[in-house]
Ligand binder design. Structure first.
Ligand code: FES
Length: 51
């Protein structure tokens, strides 16, 4: 699947989060409660982006 971030196309797997795609491609999105090993807590709202 292809997702577009800032107008550029990036590969994403089904179920993958926008934050994960961005971080893998060196696009920084601020995040406080997400960690690769613990997953999403989705409580701080620091990673909210416009869709
Ligand atoms: S990092 Fe996304 S809600 Fe906290």
């Amino acid at each position: 699947m292809i997702v577009y971030l800032n107008g550029k196309a990036y590969e994403a797997s089904p179920g993958e989060q926008v934050l994960q795609v961005a971080l893998r491609n060196n696009i920084y999105i601020p995040h406080l409660c997400f960690h690769e090993k613990t997953g999403k807590a989705a409580k701080c709202r620091a990673c909210v982006v416009e869709v």
